[in-house]
Design a protein around this ligand. Structure first.
Ligand code: AMP
Ligand code: ZN
Length: 469
């Protein structure tokens, strides 16, 4: 299996530190809002990497954090007049709901920054003791970047170029850095912000230190894979390497994987341009399986453009796979024969070719686009070679092969009769109108129809609320 390592800038053979095991850390979202479809890209991609590793027989320990202390969370909390934890807990819950919809499996563990402060203080203290960090007069602690000789090795930047190329990198007087390249490990609290006691001041950690600490605590000092979006290469991951390797005196992560960005209509996704979708927005129009399929239809290191046309195309393509599976189920139910014939066995054995094609694509730095092509080749083979005269065993064999490959990509091939949020809202509106018109028969009918599909309605003082049963 070959993986592209940002550290070496090359595809390398994947050899884990410990045979048969993979330790993997994926930087997770800052939880101050519903996650957007850009955040969904690394979630889906690295969940697929994990699934493929497991398919290859590795035992995968997968850690992904929630950044639950940050300026944006604090700002949202102040605006709503609530505690920062109210905001972060709310959006962690919503994020998990979105993950479930996209069939992104929960990590082995999802640590939260606010629950790991002691570990962060300990690592910062070690860095100070080793002279890799220093506390300024106001209690801010900085990492002494120039003391880490290998700084820049991940982003392939040279310290002097960095300094020359970035005018904002200067000592401003507001900060008390020894050098403009030094970055914050701990900062003093401001009025109204959450804070923790520390040897330097009451305050809170910088962002970078949290991943170094959580990765070490849950996966050990040296791990196999560290991953995230490409915007994290510099400075976040570069700083994580500096902190961890300076502290532990050991290689931090062997392979660094980064997904390229998701753009919208060929433009950078941004709130100010108004071209911004949350995963929840998409779920009102599509089953989130379609979003997953869409993300996997391109190689993860290629920029991916999101547009209504491309989502429609993804929906149609996924439907072709789901229909093939659905058709097989129909044939299994209607076939009159149990046992597989020799001729059928030959056709069933032929599916190994598509599995090989699939594995070869995934072994080549997780080329999910080519892996999907292999699935379509299998679908063609199935459509050409299955009808009601085939035996049940043969048809079941085909279905197992198809759902097996889809499952590695996290694609569910069961046909869902499930209603989309937008359809539910429409029916609720119709029910409210029926009740107003005193047409209780129709309003009860709608309630029952929704209940049959697993949607429970609640009449409250603020109006009708609904949830999935
Ligand atoms: P954040 O909450 O901004 O820290 O982002 C969480 C994860 O989403 C990180 O791995 C980011 O690199 C990734 N990410 C953010 N925006 C995009 C985007 N437009 N395309 C792909 N990945 C993104
Ligand atoms: Zn991180």
């Amino acid at each position: 299996m070959k993986v592209y390592n940002t550290l070496s800038g090359k595809k390398e053979e994947f050899v884990p530190i410990e045979e048969g095991k993979v330790s993997m850390y994926v930087c997770g979202p800052t939880v101050y809002n519903l996650i957007h479809i850009g955040n969904a890209r690394p979630m889906i991609i690295f969940d697929t990497v994990r699934r493929y590793m497991e398919h290859k027989g590795y035992e995968v320990n997968y850690v992904s954090n929630f950044t639950d202390v940050d300026d944006k969370i604090i700002k949202a909390a102040i605006e709503e007049g609530v505690d920062a934890s109210v905001i972060s807990e709310r959006y962690i819950k919503e994020c998990k709901k979105d993950m479930e919809g996209m069939n992104v499996r929960p990590a082995t563990i999802h640590p939260k920054a606010t629950e790991e402060i002691d570990g962060m203080i300990e690592m910062i203290q070690t860095l100070i003791d080793k002279d890799f960090a220093y506390a300024a007069k106001d209690g801010t602690v900085y990492f002494r970047t120039r003391r880490f000789d290998e700084y820049g090795k991940l982003s392939h930047k040279n310290l002097d170029d960095l300094r020359a190329g970035n005018r904002s990198l200067k000592v401003t007087g507001e900060d008390q850095k020894e050098d403009p390249l030094d970055f914050v490990l701990w900062k003093p609290k401001k009025e109204g912000e959450p804070y923790w006691e520390s040897p330097w001041c009451e305050g809170r950690p910088g962002w970078h230190i949290e991943c170094s600490v959580m990765s070490k605590k849950y996966l050990g000092e040296s791990i196999d894979i560290h991953a995230g979006g490409e915007d994290l290469v510099f400075p976040h991951h570069e700083n994580e390497i500096a902190q961890s390797e300076a502290c532990n005196g050991k290689m931090f992560a062997k392979y660094w994987l980064h997904n390229a960005f998701l753009n919208i209509d060929n433009k950078k996704m941004s709130k100010s341009l108004g071209n911004f979708f949350t995963v929840r927005d998409i779920s009102e129009k599509y089953d989130l399986q379609v979003l997953r399929f869409f993300m996997l239809s391109a190689h993860y290191r290629m920029p991916l453009n999101f547009s209504a046309e491309l989502m429609e195309a993804a929906k149609n393509s996924l439907e072709r796979i789901v229909n093939a599976a659905d058709n097989l189920k129909y044939l299994i139910n209607n076939s009159k024969r149990e046992d597989i014939t020799e001729e059928e066995q030959v056709l069933l054995n032929k599916t190994a070719d598509f599995k090989e094609e699939f594995d070869a694509a995934m072994d080549d730095d997780f080329n999910t686009a080519d892996a999907i092509t292999a699935i379509f080749n299998l679908v063609k083979h199935i459509n050409l070679n299955s009808d009601v005269n085939n035996s049940k065993s043969y048809l079941k064999g085909l279905l197992t092969e198809l759902s097996g490959l889809c499952d590695i990509l996290g694609l569910i091939v069961d046909k869902k009769e499930e209603l989309l949020d937008a359809d539910i809202e429409k029916l609720i509106e119709e029910r409210t109108a029926a009740r107003k018109a005193k047409d209780y028969k129709r309003s009860d009918e709608i309630r029952d129809e929704l209940l049959n599909k697993g949607i429970v309605l609640e009449d409250t003082r603020e109006g009708v609320k609904w949830h999935r049963a």
